[in-house]
Design a protein around this ligand. Sequence first.
Ligand SMILES: NC(=O)C1=CN([C@@H]2O[C@H](COP(=O)(O)OP(=O)(O)OC[C@H]3O[C@@H](n4cnc5c(N)ncnc54)[C@H](OP(=O)(O)O)[C@@H]3O)[C@@H](O)[C@H]2O)C=CC1
Ligand SMILES: N[C@@H](C=O)C(=O)O
Length: 260
Amino acid sequence: MQTSARDDKPLSGKVAVVTGASSGIGAAISRQLAAAGAKVAMAARRENLLKEIQDEISKEGGVALAVKCDVMNRAEVKELIQHTESTLGPVDILVNNAGIWVIRCMKNLHEEEWNQQVDVNIKGVLNCIGAVISGMCERKRGHIVNMSSQNGKTVIPLVGIAVYTGSKFFVEGMSRTLRQEVCKDGVRVTCIQPGEVETPGFARYLMTMEDEQCKQLYTYPRPYQILEPEVIAQAVLYAVTQPEHVAVNEILVQPREAPL
Ligand SMILES: NC(=O)C1=CN([C@@H]2O[C@H](COP(=O)(O)OP(=O)(O)OC[C@H]3O[C@@H](n4cnc5c(N)ncnc54)[C@H](OP(=O)(O)O)[C@@H]3O)[C@@H](O)[C@H]2O)C=CC1
Ligand SMILES: N[C@@H](C=O)C(=O)O
């Protein structure tokens, strides 16, 4: 039988869900997984931005689905997965990319922002895993990619990101234990640990710092070349295109001039 060009791609026949797909790293991941043949459900709150990226992917011959979803809302996450599975098929790959970080010293008590970072970076990740993990284990295959950070690997000597760092340490610890739980069920769990990446989020958080202590330490633009979102997308693509018996568990990617 004649196979189409799409059938020969490394992710042909796979269904991926990418959260935080309306911007930055998540948008780059969506583009690269679609280009590799996956059918990609892109989730975020800004549906207009998702649809723009969906159009781009479609014009390139890819398959993408824009789904408005707030990962903090478990019902919306369940609906995201149900809609994806009824439209594209069972979820093979979940990329938990949605995340926020606020650069504020804790002594200044921006407690609502603390809660927001916990709600997105921790509870949002758990909501998404909770929506896919049973199905993946039943099907004896699946891949969960959690967007951690260099700040999930170690404490960077930067003030103002204590809560963010804690949220990514959670991602790392949870991922390592989940990996042990599901490795015999054919499910892989990968943590991606980017250093500084030039994205709208990165710029926004650095340009809205209020604490003088943070401003002195964390200047923007950065004094060295930082990463492009596509570099992180390539790391994700590498992890999810390995043979089923191969687990790429952690990928740390940093600017050459800013190693841990
Ligand atoms: N840029 C960097 O230097 C680094 C980033 N990271 C991590 O990479 C990930 C992406 O960051 P980056 O691309 O830089 O940031 P951006 O701010 O550019 O993108 C963040 C994405 O997350 C989405 N998002 C935020 N809150 C929610 C929510 N409640 N529900 C659904 N989606 C949400 C946003 O979509 P919308 O607002 O439309 O909902 C957006 O698509 C984050 O997890 C971050 O911690 C890790 C290390 C370094
Ligand atoms: N910029 C921070 C966001 O995640 C980081 O370098 O980790």
